[in-house]
Design a protein around this ligand. Structure first.
Ligand SMILES: [Cu+2]
Length: 441
């Protein structure tokens, strides 16, 4: 707890404690135990009957809908998409409505849903509704339940959602899936889950094999060098925000070639749901790493009790890295140079090929090159705070981005003042994008 607080002070200090007049009150709090506001104080956003607290999918938009005689009508377009997955890497993928992964669809249990699908891909495709108990003719499997949707054609899916939970839509063709054709389909329960949450976030896990100097994923490859949450690699992933003392739900969805053990720092969570819906409370037990297998979804919930910027990441070591092969170019056949001077000049030439400066790496020993195995992480860290700056990163410690790579994001557990300040910045940056309100059902 002491360590937690010390860490938080560093965070608060760069946040500009003076600006919010925080430092004094925080010091006072440190003398006693960190006071916790009663949970009810945060319940200003408790959904009214017939409405729901929408899930937020960072870096991916929601798909809007219109209503036609009580049917929720969505328009989904399958098409090629350019996705900037890192400040120095944009790839050619396939997605929906200009987004990869596709936009998030949110409905409520009991809804009648119509999805007007248009295929703007160069080949035939279809839409499968993963986990939904719907009539066979809506199942979206080419030749089995429908004719493939040819390029330029439309196809209308319509069904009633009698389930609740975290589902998804995807093309039912393996290579198209690996090109990125997936999106969330969340069915909120008719009666809110208990305990209620204050924040609901979604992450889609994807992996890409992109050869150096290429932009098109190799969907036949079995080894992956780019790993993304919601279509971006850290540090481009937008941090999740939570009020101190709030309850958070995180839904994690995987449709790739690998299983991903997703780990949360500093808090224990319980798995409250799978790709099949809500799990009974009797099955919940504390953990902090959840294995999200291929074609699975896991919903976890936790009390955001400890202030700070807490990592959420896949724990496979090679999934916590970004590929620098494009930057290294012809040097990729060598390992990084083993002297500080040579490595720095190498990093300098890397820096020239990207439109930003990166920070000097962390210190190394004077005789580092004499140690077998050196270097490992020594020259890997590239701070790029300014390039990935957004309201959600406001107040993070300097060079925070240097330690963020691959399938990685963070949840920032913030006291009210900092939380509200960031929400104001978000509102100023994009007035319509303020996420803390509800859909009318
Ligand atoms: Cu992983």
């Amino acid at each position: 707890m002491i360590g937690t607080r010390r860490r938080f002070f560093q965070d608060a200090a760069v946040f500009g404690a003076g600006l919010f007049g925080l430092s004094k009150s925080l010091q006072a709090q440190d003398e006693k135990s960190m006071p916790m506001r009663p949970r009810e104080a945060h319940r200003a956003h408790t959904p009214a009957p017939g409405t729901f607290l929408p899930m937020v999918t960072p870096d991916v938009a929601d798909l809007p809908h219109e209503t036609d005689g009580g049917v929720k009508v969505f328009h989904l377009v399958g098409e090629p998409v350019k996705r900037k997955i890192a400040p120095f890497k944009t790839i050619d993928v396939w997605g929906y409505n200009g987004s990869c992964p596709g936009p998030t669809i949110q409905v409520q249990q009991g809804d009648r849903v119509r999805v007007v699908f248009e295929n703007r891909l160069p080949e035939s495709t279809s839409l499968h509704w993963h986990g939904l108990e719907i009539p066979i003719e809506q199942d979206g499997v080419p030749y089995i339940s429908q004719k493939p949707v040819a390029p330029g054609e439309k196809y209308v899916y319509e069904f009633t959602v009698h389930q609740e939970g975290t589902f998804f839509y995807h093309a039912h063709s393996a290579m198209q899936e690996m090109m990125g054709q997936i999106g969330f389909f969340v069915a909120h329960p008719q009666k809110d889950y208990r305990p209620r949450v204050d924040h609901d976030y979604g992450l889609i896990l994807q992996e890409w094999a992109v050869l150096p100097s290429n932009t098109i994923p190799n969907t036949a490859a079995m080894e992956f060098n780019w790993l993304t949450f919601n279509g971006v690699s850290a540090p481009m992933t937008t941090p999740l925000l939570a009020r101190l003392g709030s309850r958070v739900r995180l839904r994690i969805l995987n449709l790739g070639m690998d299983h991903h053990p997703v780990h949360l720092h500093g808090h224990q969570f319980v798995v409250t749901g799978t790709e099949g819906g809500r799990a009974p409370e009797s099955t919940w037990y504390p953990m902090n790493t959840v294995l999200v297998g291929v074609a699975q979804a896991r919903a976890v919930e936790f009390e955001a009790k400890y202030p700070g910027a807490w990592m959420i990441h896949c724990h496979l070591p090679h999934h916590m890295m970004n590929s620098m092969m494009d930057l290294l170019r012809d040097r990729q056949i060598e390992t990084a140079d083993q002297t500080d001077v040579k490595a720095m000049s190498q990093m300098e030439s890397l820096a020239k090929s990207v439109p930003f400066e990166h920070v000097h790496h962390a210190p190394i020993a004077q005789d580092a090159e004499k140690v077998p195995g050196f270097p490992q992480d020594a020259f890997m860290e590239m701070g790029m705070d300014e390039v990935v700056e957004k309201p959600e990163t406001h107040g993070l410690p300097k060079n925070w981005s240097a330690g963020m790579m691959g399938m990685m994001t963070m949840i920032r557990v913030l006291p009210d003042k900092e939380y509200d300040a960031i929400m104001l910045k978000k509102k100023a940056a994009s007035p319509s994008a303020l996420e803390e309100h509800h859909h009318e059902s």
